[in-house]
Design a protein around this ligand. Structure first.
Ligand SMILES: [Zn+2]
Length: 291
């Protein structure tokens, strides 16, 4: 069963030359806080591999396909820029790469809807990773709502960043309330939502999530956020047919043992936890309509 990693980020090579300077020039301070941060030992929390580096990491881990997720940028221009980059990536490697488009409602309703249609026409298959809480708009923002409605019409699932309210605080930590996700899922029942990072484990504490038929979850950044019994704890509650394997590459998920981000160890962790082929790829293929 081919493995699909449903949560990967990628940037053009020129971003990696000087990520902090690039972010400052673009006005993307929150990304810089999360993605150019260094640990106490001076190592960066994440490397910024090129497309070739990503493909090599996939090969080493036996991952057949990844879904590139856009970042929740602060600027509409950065969103459009990344969408074009992802469209080019997917065009170059359609057998290995799929991609979601990102957006910022501040662009205005017409521009946001046009951008989504353009990205859809370029072969992008979802929206996200979005984070109203980090991008600075309320979940009931009307432009965001129009985007979610169009996503349903175009059958583009929407990946949303979720923070576990009980998680360890890190620089750039932003709270995301359970109430907001429940409201969104209920207000847009035809839209498919994928709540990242095990949905912040919100469904383990809030029974309302069990009734949300249009909500799925991914496992992004799991080893950094949770002990590895999270598979046994969360899968039965969230539902093995609702969880998509996703890494959050190129975050370094195992900083104690790995110098740079790679993908094989997380695949091994999932397999050791006994997860099903559905979680490792079947659910993503079904929900995202992948080959
Ligand atoms: Zn996230």
């Amino acid at each position: 069963m081919p493995i699909v990693d449903a949560h990967v980020h990628l940037y053009p090579a020129d971003v990696d030359r000087d990520p902090a300077a690039w972010a400052a020039a673009q006005g993307e301070a929150h990304w810089a806080l999360l993605c150019t941060r260094t640990r106490k030992d001076g190592r960066r929390v994440q490397s910024l591999p090129t497309l070739a580096g990503l493909l090599a990491a996939m090969d080493a881990a036996g991952i057949a396909r990844v879904v590139l997720l856009g970042w929740y940028w602060e600027k509409p221009e950065t969103c459009a820029w990344q969408n074009r980059f992802y469209a080019a990536c997917v065009r170059a490697h359609p057998e290995r790469l799929s991609a979601f488009a990102t957006l910022h409602p501040r662009a205005g309703r017409d521009a946001v809807l046009a951008e989504i249609r353009r990205a859809h026409g370029e072969g992008l298959i979802g929206l996200g990773e979005l984070s109203p809480h980090s991008q600075g708009y309320p979940v009931d923002d009307p432009v965001f709502g129009a985007a979610l409605a169009l996503a349903a019409e175009l059958r583009m699932p929407v990946n949303l960043h979720v923070t576990d309210p009980e998680s360890r605080r890190y620089p750039g930590w932003i709270g995301t309330s359970a109430e907001d996700f429940v409201r969104l899922a209920r207000a847009f029942p035809a839209t498919t939502f994928i709540l990242a990072h095990w949905g912040g484990l919100l469904p383990l504490r809030d029974p309302r999530f069990a009734s949300l038929a249009n909500v799925y979850y991914d496992t992004a950044a799991s080893p950094l956020l949770y002990p590895n019994n999270v598979w046994a704890q969360a899968l039965p509650v969230l539902g093995a047919d609702r969880v998509l394997f996703g890494s959050d590459f190129p975050l370094n998920l195992y900083p104690r043992v790995a110098v740079e981000a790679e993908m094989a160890q997380f695949v091994a962790e999932a397999k050791a936890a006994g997860v099903s082929d559905a979680v490792l790829g079947g659910n993503a293929r079904k929900i995202l309509g992948l080959p």
